[in-house]
Design a protein around this ligand. Structure first.
Ligand code: BGC
Length: 754
C-alpha cells in the first residue's frame, strides 16, 4: 500500500514533467497534491527534525527515547535528520522514510559542513581574510561535493553573522565585521554549496544563519541577549542575509538570541515580514538546536505547547530537536490556536526544497558508495585546501625584514605547543576530518631540506584529547619544558614560535573574557625573547587575540588562524617566501579586551578623540581608540605605493557615475598581491553615519617595479542605506572617498550627490 502510493507519486511526477515545460508549476502542483493527501500528524512530521538517534545499520533501537523516535520515523512524523553520517546510515534511514511511511516522503539530511567535510579548509574567518571570493566559492563547492558524495544534501552554512566582538567564540565561523564584504562572501558561499542547480548530484542546500543578530550577543557571551536598534539591524546585520536570499539560498536558520526582547525563533517581524514577505523568500526556516523549547527559559513561552504555537505563528518552519512540533501541532490546530494553512505553508516550503534536490525522483541519489569512496579528501581537493590556507594567512608585522626565512644556512628553532599539533589546525567545525590529520608547522618546515631546524614544544597548551563537546583543559602550571626550549633558542639564529588557541578554544560555546595567548604561552614567549629575539611569532587562533605585548616586543608576527588540513605546508611556504602573503584582516584586533567591541566602521560621536591626553572626549585614559591591527590590514614581503589618487568629477547625480582611480605600484623586490580597498564616508545623514564604509575592493598582482591604474565606479546605489525614513535609499550631500591598503587610509577626495 505505502509503496504503491509512493510509486504513484513518482509516476505523477514523471508524467507531469513530460507534459509541460513549466517546471515551477509542476513543482507547486505536485506539492499541493501531496499536501492534500497529508494528515495533520504527517504535516507536523514534515516540520520535525531529529538528530541521528540510533545506528541505523545496526540492531533495532533500544531504550524508550530511541524507540519513540523510531516509531515516529516509521509513522511519517520526521521530515529531516541531522548528523547522520555516511552513505549506509543515510540510505538505511531514507529507506524507512520512503518504504515504510504511508506517503513515502523522503528525508532531507543536514549537517554542519562549515569549513570542509573530510578535506578541511581554513575556518571561515580565516578564509575571508583572503578576500578571494572565487576561492571561497570553490572551497564551498569542494565541501558540497564531498558531503553529497557521502549522502548529505543540506549544510547549515554559511554563517553570515556580522561580528565585532572577539570574545565571542563563533567569530571563527563568519566573515568578520563588515556588511559589504560579508554580503559578497555570503553570495560566494551560497553559490559554492548550491551550484547552479540543486538537482545536480554534487550540490547541497545552503542555510543562511543565524537569523538574526546572534553576532551581537552582549559581552561576547554565546547565546546571550542582544541590544541594537533597527538601523543597526538593517544596515549592518541584514545585508549578508539579503545577499544570501538574492543568491538563491534555500534555507535559513534562526538564532538563539533575543532581539527587540523577543527570541528570534518567535520573532514574527523578521521571519514573516522581512524575510518571507519583503524579500520573497520561499524556502524554509529551521530553528536552531532546541531554540523553540528554549523560548521557555527565555521567559517568552509558558510551556512547550505555547512555544510551538509562537514559533509557528512567527514563521519557523522546521523544529530542530525540540520535539515540540511533532508533539504539539496537531492539538494546536485542532483547538483552533493555529490555522492549518500555516502548517501547509511550512510544509510546502520544506517539500519544495526536497523537490528541488530531486529527492522525489530518486531519494537515494546521494547514497552512492563508489562516490563516497573516491571523492573524499582527494589530492585535488587537498590542493584547493592548500591554496586556501596560503591565501588566508595575514602578515601582521615584519620588522627588520625577518621574513621570509632563508632557505639555507640559518639555524632555526621551532618552538611552541602548536608547532607540532596536527589537530588544532583542523579548527572547530571539522566534520569528518580524521583526528590529527592536519599537516603541522614542523612537518611543513622540515620539507625545506636545506634548512637546519630543531623543534622544542616548550610547554603544553592543554591536557588530554580535545573535542567539540568539552572544555579544553589548559595547562597553567607545568613549565618543565621551558628549559629545553630556551636552549634551542640560544643555539639558533632564528626562532619560529607557534602559539595560540587550540582548535576547540573558539567556536560555539567558546566565549572568552581573556583573549590573550592562553595558558603559559606568553610567559614562554617572554622568556625566549630575552634569550634570542629574532622571533617570528606564528599565531594560530579562531579569533582576533590581544597581541599587544607581542606587537611591542616581537619583530615578526604571522596570523595563521586554524587553516585546515594543509595548515603546516601553507605556513611553511609563507615563512620561506614561496608564497608571498596577501591576506588582509576582516576583523579588527583589539589592543586589549577592554576595547571590545572595536570595529573600523564606528561612528564619530559628538566628541571624537584624537589622543589619550584629551579628557572629556570619547577615548580611554590608557589606550588609543584605534585597534592594534585594523580591518583591512595585512602586509606583504613587497611594498606597494599608492599615488595619483583622483576623482573625475565632484558631482554625482542619482543616474550618473563617477570614477575614482589610483596608481598602485610594487616598489619592493617580490611579486605580490594587494587588496586595494575603496571606502566612502557619508558626511551628514538623517541618522549618524559610520566614519568609513567599505564599498569595493580589487585584488591586484604586480611584479617588482610594475604599476597599474586601479579604477572604481561610484553610483548612487553604492551610497544607499536604511535611512530615518525606514527606506533603503541614498541621501543627497557631501561624501569622502578613500582608496588604500587598509581601513586606516586617510587621504580622501570629496564629491556631492545631488
Ligand atoms: C548551532 C548551529 C548548528 C546547529 C546544528 C547549533 O547549536 O548554533 O549553528 O548548525 O547547532 O549542529
Amino acid at each position: 500500500m505505502k509503496k504503491s502510493i509512493y510509486t504513484l507519486l513518482v509516476l505523477l511526477f514523471v508524467v507531469s514533467c513530460q507534459k509541460t515545460v513549466d517546471l515551477d508549476n509542476d513543482k507547486e502542483e505536485f506539492i499541493n497534491d501531496l499536501i492534500s493527501k497529508m494528515t495533520l500528524a504527517e504535516k507536523a512530521g514534515q516540520m520535525n527534525q531529529y538528530n541521528g538517534f540510533w545506528d541505523a545499520t545496526g540492531p533495532m533501537p533500544e531504550g524508550d527515547y530511541q524507540k519513540k523516535r523510531y516509531n515516529e520515523l516509521k509513522n511519517g512524523q520526521v521530515g529531516s535528520m541531522l548528523n547522520v553520517i555516511g552513505v549506509d546510515e543515510i540510505r538505511a534511514l531514507q529507506k524507512i522514510a520512503v518504504e515504510e511511511t504511508r506517503l513515502g516522503i523522503p528525508l532531507i539530511f543536514g549537517h554542519d559542513v562549515i569549513h570542509g567535510y573530510k578535506t578541511i579548509f581554513p575556518i571561515p574567518l580565516a578564509e575571508s581574510s583572503s578576500w578571494d571570493l572565487d576561492l571561497m566559492e570553490k572551497s564551498a563547492r569542494v565541501a558540497a561535493t564531498e558531503a553529497s558524495a557521502d549522502g548529505l544534501n543540506w549544510t547549515f552554512a554559511p554563517m553570515v553573522d556580522i561580528s565585532r566582538d572577539a570574545r565571542w567564540g563563533r567569530v571563527m565561523e563568519g566573515a568578520g565585521e563588515d556588511p559589504y564584504l560579508g554580503s559578497l562572501v555570503a553570495k560566494a558561499r551560497v553559490h559554492g554549496f548550491q551550484g547552479d542547480n540543486l538537482n545536480d548530484i554534487n550540490t547541497i542546500v545552503a542555510c543562511a544563519k543565524h537569523f538574526a543578530g546572534y553576532g551581537f550577543s552582549e559581552a561576547g557571551r554565546d547565546y546571550n541577549t542582544t541590544d541594537f536598534n533597527q538601523y543597526t539591524l538593517h544596515n549592518t546585520i541584514m545585508p549578508p542575509f539579503k545577499a544570501a536570499v538574492d543568491a538563491g539560498v534555500r534555507t535559513f536558520m534562526n538564532s538563539f538570541n533575543t532581539l527587540d526582547e523577543i527570541p528570534a525563533t518567535g520573532h514574527k517581524h523578521i521571519q514573516r515580514d522581512i524575510l518571507k514577505r519583503d524579500w520573497s523568500f520561499d524556502g524554509f526556516i529551521v530553528s536552531d538546536w532546541g531554540s523553540i523549547d528554549q523560548m521557555i527559559p527565555h521567559g517568552f513561552a509558558r510551556d512547550g505547547k505555547h512555544a510551538a504555537e509562537l514559533a509557528v505563528l512567527a514563521g519557523s518552519d522546521m523544529d530542530m530537536e525540540s520535539s515540540l512540533y511533532v508533539s504539539q501541532l496537531v492539538g494546536l490546530v485542532e483547538s483552533g490556536n493555529i490555522a492549518e494553512e500555516l502548517l501547509n505553508d511550512a510544509v510546502r516550503r520544506i517539500l519544495r526544497v526536497k523537490y528541488e534536490l530531486g529527492l522525489f525522483e530518486d531519494p537515494y541519489k546521494y547514497c552512492n558508495k563508489e562516490r563516497s569512496d573516491s571523492e573524499l579528501a582527494s589530492e585535488e581537493n587537498m590542493s584547493v585546501a592548500l591554496d586556501a590556507a596560503k591565501k588566508s594567512i595575514v602578515l601582521l608585522k615584519n620588522n627588520n625584514q625577518l621574513l621570509p626565512l632563508q632557505k639555507e644556512g640559518e639555524k632555526i628553532a621551532i618552538i611552541g605547543p602548536l608547532a607540532n599539533d596536527k589537530n588544532s589546525p583542523l579548527g572547530n567545525w571539522r566534520s569528518q576530518a580524521v583526528y590529527n590529520s592536519a599537516s603541522s608547522v614542523v612537518e611543513g618546515m622540515k620539507k625545506y631540506k636545506g634548512n637546519r631546524t630543531v623543534f622544542e614544544k616548550g610547554v603544553d597548551l592543554y591536557y588530554g584529547k580535545t573535542n567539540f563537546h568539552n572544555r579544553v583543559k589548559i595547562n597553567y602550571d607545568d613549565k618543565s619544558d621551558f628549559g629545553k626550549a630556551k636552549f634551542a633558542a640560544a643555539t639558533s639564529d632564528i626562532v619560529v614560535m607557534v602559539l595560540g588557541e587550540e582548535g576547540n578554544q573558539s567556536g560555539e560555546g567558546r566565549s572568552r573574557t581573556n583573549i590573550g595567548l592562553p595558558g603559559l604561552q606568553l610567559e614562554l614567549l617572554k622568556e625566549i625573547s630575552k634569550i634570542n629575539n629574532n622571533i617570528v611569532l606564528v599565531v594560530m587562533s579562531g579569533r582576533p587575540l590581544d597581541l599587544s605585548w607581542e606587537d611591542e616586543n616581537i619583530p615578526a608576527i604571522v596570523q595563521a588562524w586554524h587553516l585546515g588540513s594543509k595548515s603546516g605546508d601553507a605556513i611553511a611556504q609563507v615563512l620561506y617566501g614561496d608564497y608571498n602573503p596577501s591576506g588582509k584582516l576582516t576583523m579588527s584586533f583589539p589592543r586589549n579586551v577592554g576595547q571590545v567591541p572595536v570595529y573600523y566602521n564606528f561612528k564619530n560621536t559628538g566628541r571624537p578623540s584624537t589622543s589619550i591626553e584629551q579628557v572629556t572626549n570619547s577615548g580611554y585614559a590608557d589606550v588609543e581608540n584605534s585597534p592594534l591591527y585594523s580591518f583591512g590590514h595585512g602586509l606583504s614581503y613587497t611594498n606597494f605605493s599608492y599615488s595619483n589618487f583622483s576623482v573625475d568629477s565632484d558631482k554625482l547625480g542619482f543616474d550618473s557615475k563617477i570614477n575614482v582611480s589610483v596608481k598602485l605600484e610594487n616598489t619592493g623586490f617580490y611579486k605580490g598581491k594587494e587588496v586595494v580597498q575603496l571606502y566612502i564616508r557619508d558626511i551628514v545623514g538623517s541618522i549618524a553615519r559610520p566614519m568609513k564604509e567599505l564599498k569595493g575592493f580589487k585584488i591586484v598582482e604586480l611584479a617588482p617595479g610594475e604599476s597599474e591604474i586601479i579604477n572604481f565606479e561610484i553610483d548612487s546605489s553604492l551610497l544607499e542605506f536604511y535611512t530615518y525614513n525606514n527606506k533603503w535609499e541614498a541621501e543627497v550631500g557631501k561624501f569622502h572617498v578613500f582608496i588604500g591598503g587598509d581601513s586606516n587610509v586617510t587621504e580622501f577626495k570629496e564629491f556631492y550627490l545631488d
